[in-house]
Design a protein around this ligand. Sequence first.
Ligand code: ARG
Length: 625
Amino acid sequence: MPAAQAALQPPSFNLANELDAALRQAATTALRDEPTQPKDELTTGALQEGKESQPPTLEGANEFCPELRPADPRHGDFQANGVLPYAKARKQNPRALAEKLVAALPDSLRERFDIAIAGPGFINFTARPAALLDWLAHYDSGARLREGAASTHGGERTIVDYSSPNTAKQLHVGHIRSMVIGEAICRLLEFCGAQVIRDNHIGDWGTQFGKLIWGYKTLLDAEALARDPLEELERLYKAADAATKADPAILDAARAELVKLQSGDAENLALWRQINATSSTAFQQIYQQLDIRFDHELGESFYNDKLARIYTELQDCGLATESQGALVVFHPEHPRFAKQPFIVRKSDGASNYATTDLATMLYRTEHFEADTIIILTDTRQTDHFEQLWLTTQKWYAAKGYRLPEFEHVSFGAILGDDGRAIKTRTGDPIRLQALLDEGIERAYALVSEKSPTLPETDRREIAAAVGLGAVRYADLSQNRSSDYVFKWEKILSFDGNTAPYLLYAVTRIHSIFRKLGLDPYTNTASAATAAGAASAPETEHELALARKLLQLPAVLQTTTEQLRPHFLCTYLFELAGTFSSFYAAEKVLNDSPGIQARRLLLCARTLLFLETGLHLLGLKTLTRM
Ligand code: ARG
């Protein structure tokens, strides 16, 4: 590429991907003569049969996968590990192959990176200071970062089914994981270019409505309903449930109410609507508080008229069979699901969770034309989703439907101090609203203690960001597959991988700019022009920070590929730590305008990356604390 054109082109966002492409390109020339099969097979086989005159093939190069990843900082910024397996399969010397490859890389790359071959044949790339500056200067705003990240999941239409609570029950602490992890996944995928559709798949249909309607008609306390509707509905359900257990006649009555509802009885339908509306209003309050907005609320009932087709199609393609009156699917190739049925229609003819989920799968494929479907629930539903997906794959293949990607994003439980599922002292589940309120109150006490002179309204604002942020971050910073222990002292601590620590780090950088009367959001290169343009990072700590910043794209990629927000949390925590060391070691407010400008640039980018990352995780950030 001519120099002038190169200068116009912004540096690639994900340098690892650029290096990957360059190495693949180099392989087409450097590795083109390499045999595609292990050496001895070739010599004993093809060559002896007199085929040595065949032209060299490109296949060997095509099979080469550079395997780029962020390197151990002691060795560089990125490392390509792919030469080893490639050489091993061909019984070649990996170092010699690595040397050939490196020699075939374009000069433009060599100008920007120090390239070294290490150990048995790893290739290490270390961005030169000028390349670091070039990159940092370009990625100077949320919009630029988003532009850079957009190709990671470019245009993939992705449905995320999260929160999805059942109606007529309070949200309790167990509901938070789906909401918080789901929202972070939506924001991250969107940032990385996916077209995200948020769907709250409410459990608004099912056998619980028989009991609820019976309870509503016979046990309602109208005053209590007016005072706290969801509380009263929950009480009605519990009372009706107990009554049906004690008296078979009441159980029959509740069943009759359900049948009436299912056959379209006007009174019961109206009650059902009212119960759902009441729930929805209550849920909405918490969604608002957590800044969660859905594009759709297509609950289970939405699929009522789409279930008959499921029975027909699954039977037509020979997947579902009758077993003791029920319609079931077995998967003979599976160790457990060969015997454990996926019940798609119960023996009394009623639909169930499996039926609605099959219909949901189909609707998302046909109506939304989803490329990817993501559903969040706790790990207890793993079997259900495995059976659902096995069934869907076979059904779609038989019908010739386009198969989307599917991910069941599952998560562990939240535990109390005693290592059991977290509960109130009386053994009831902790209400989510109460938990959030407590987080805010505790944060308020902390802030008032730390900064007693701040005006009350400021302390309230800080308390909301810190309290809600702490609860959210505690959930996101753990690998979602594991259970975690919820401890206020730990999640509200200003030390360690916590929201308060990161939010505080953000305000500290803001205060650096405040002292200088500069706005960190306007391009710092220009904000600092008053003091002279920034030069490339130079000192050990400047370089370490610049290199840490350079890792963001790879982190976003891993986080969205694995749908595990804790990778981003760990990165932000480490970035804040690297910044601290930098700030402790280097004077930012400096007599030399050149040095000050270059350090301010690093401060501004750290701030941008921390804020962008925290917003993607769903946290609100602050400018002072
Ligand atoms: N309502 C279900 C529950 O509370 C979660 C629904 C998840 N989404 C789905 N399509 N199954 O466990």
